[in-house]
Design a protein around this ligand. Structure first.
Ligand SMILES: NC(=O)C1=CN([C@@H]2O[C@H](COP(=O)(O)OP(=O)(O)OC[C@H]3O[C@@H](n4cnc5c(N)ncnc54)[C@H](OP(=O)(O)O)[C@@H]3O)[C@@H](O)[C@H]2O)C=CC1
Ligand SMILES: O=C(O)[C@@H]1CCC=N1
Length: 272
């Protein structure tokens, strides 16, 4: 891809996308330019990925053909105000913020502008991201394909309707945090059984990785895969019964619902 890709903000998520992009070889490092507020964070990105960096958001906006807004949702308004006069006429804006609609972003730019809304996740860092994307009507098929190609370069991407973006935020944007908690808990259980901690993380993480791959690659229902592990009268069914006793599935469903509720709440700007 020949385009210049800009990042306004390059923290946990922006940094993960940059890492994924550089790792994919879809673009060369010098086609990526990123801004942040602290020189140290930029220096660290420069050292790791050899990309171009600046403290000047407008300089990124002026160069980018595809411009990622990777700052926290609560500073979208001032950041867009700062850069809106500097962006290229035909720029494609990629917003990755929870709860920021295509309509709201367009309103803040104050003109018709090409916008792709994406909800990625931090596993982008290791080339295993999951991203949902949608776009406004200004974005051409070719431009959407370019943006999808970027997300595809570090994981899987699906085009979705915008109304599903809150659900995507729960099921894949936020869920890595829940999965990390699950891995930590599995490992704690193994440590309780005497296993050294670092070894326990490896066993727990590989078990989760392998299980996820089985879902993706066998096409079998997760319940069937669970049944395949539960030997009658064996060890696993004891653990299943224990989790059911504590409302495990209901807890997870409710947790995802809270992310959806929060994402919806964040999409309603507070009245001033
Ligand atoms: N974290 C995640 O898993 C996911 C996050 N997102 C979305 O990504 C966005 C960023 O989140 P996340 O990466 O977690 O947040 P971080 O706090 O890790 O990163 C925010 C970045 O913005 C920079 N920044 C702060 N103020 C400014 C400013 N005025 N101008 C330019 N850069 C600025 C920070 O700079 P510095 O480092 O120098 O302080 C930092 O690089 C959010 O909108 C979030 O909803 C979406 C999906 C998943
Ligand atoms: O916690 C958040 O708001 C962001 C969005 C999805 C993951 N992290």
């Amino acid at each position: 891809m020949k385009k210049t890709i800009g990042f306004i903000g390059s923290g946990n998520m922006g940094g993960a996308i940059i890492a994924g992009l550089v790792g994919s070889a879809l673009v060369s490092s010098n086609q990526i330019i990123a801004s942040s507020v602290q020189e140290e964070s930029l220096q660290s990105l420069k050292d790791k990925y050899a990309i171009r960096t600046t403290l000047d958001n407008k300089a990124v906006a002026a160069e980018a053909d595809i411009l990622f807004l990777a700052v926290k949702p609560n500073i979208y308004a001032p950041v867009i105000e700062e850069i809106k006069g500097a962006v290229k006429e035909n720029v494609v804006i990629v917003t990755i913020a929870a709860g920021k609609s295509l309509e709201e972003i367009q309103e803040r730019f104050g003109r018709e502008i090409k916008i792709v809304r994406a909800m990625p996740n931090t596993p982008a860092l290791v080339g295993e991201g999951m991203t949902g994307i949608c776009a406004n009507e200004m974005v051409s098929v070719a431009e959407l394909t370019d943006v999808k190609t970027i997300f595809d370069s570090f994981g899987r991407t699906e085009l979705i309707s915008e109304y599903l973006m809150d659900a995507v935020t729960g099921v894949s944007g936020s869920s890595p945090a829940l999965v990390f908690m699950f891995i930590e808990s599995l490992a704690d259980g193994a440590v309780r059984g005497g296993m050294p901690r670092q070894q326990a993380y490896k066993f727990a993480a590989q078990a989760v990785l392998g299980s996820a791959k089985m879902v993706l690659e066998t096409g079998k229902h997760p319940g069937e895969l669970k049944d395949m592990v539960c030997s009658p009268g064996g060890t696993t069914i004891e653990a299943v019964a224990e989790l059911e006793k504590h409302g495990f599935r209901n807890a997870v469903i409710s947790a995802v619902q809270t992310t959806i509720d929060k994402s919806i709440a964040m999409s309603k700007p507070a009245e001033h």
